[in-house]
Design a protein around this ligand. Sequence first.
Ligand code: GAR
Length: 206
Amino acid sequence: MELTTRLVVLASGTGTNLQAIIDACSTGRLDARVVHVITNRRGVRAADRAELAGVSHQCLLLDEFRQQVETPAEARRSYDVALAAAVASHRPDLVILAGWMHLLSPVFLDVFPGRVVNLHPALPGTYPGAHAIDDAWADHLRQGLDHTGVMVHLVPDEGVDNGPVVLSERVDILDTDTRESLEQRIHEVEHRIFVDAIDQLIRNRE
Ligand code: GAR
């Protein structure tokens, strides 16, 4: 039996969190291995990072499924069935959503109960969706919001950026911050607590 935890990572963008996980695996900080990466956009940096690290990767495009079926709902369903099959073929212990911008449906989630982990750049219950940092920054400018945060949570269902929290951490918004400096500090916290949360989940499995 393989003892090292097998991670399949889904990523849509720059992949700095994927990189933090790959690095943590290679230094031994995580007793885990990234066995496969799936992206859902062409030419993203996350795919380059997987390639550089010698991790197998593929791109699965929702658009290709839209062309094969009648309705958007059917396309999402057949996409999630294909995605689940692609992920399952790599026998993951954990499925890691590292900046994955596609809402997963139960046809996917039910294949990996309790094993899908998401990172979100906001505190639990705040700013769900793809623009959490922009939304918090807008509230800072409008009403003086003085903090936001980062969370890592399990994904039990279709709720957006919602589910049992593994770890979360507050990030202060400083008077000296710009939108960019806030994002940079949020990413620094993400890279640390995402690895810590995955480590915690791995130890809970043991
Ligand atoms: C991260 O900030 C992550 O929290 C966010 O996407 C970014 C990906 O960065 N995820 C969400 O907003 C999920 N709703 P990365 O590609 O550099 O890892």
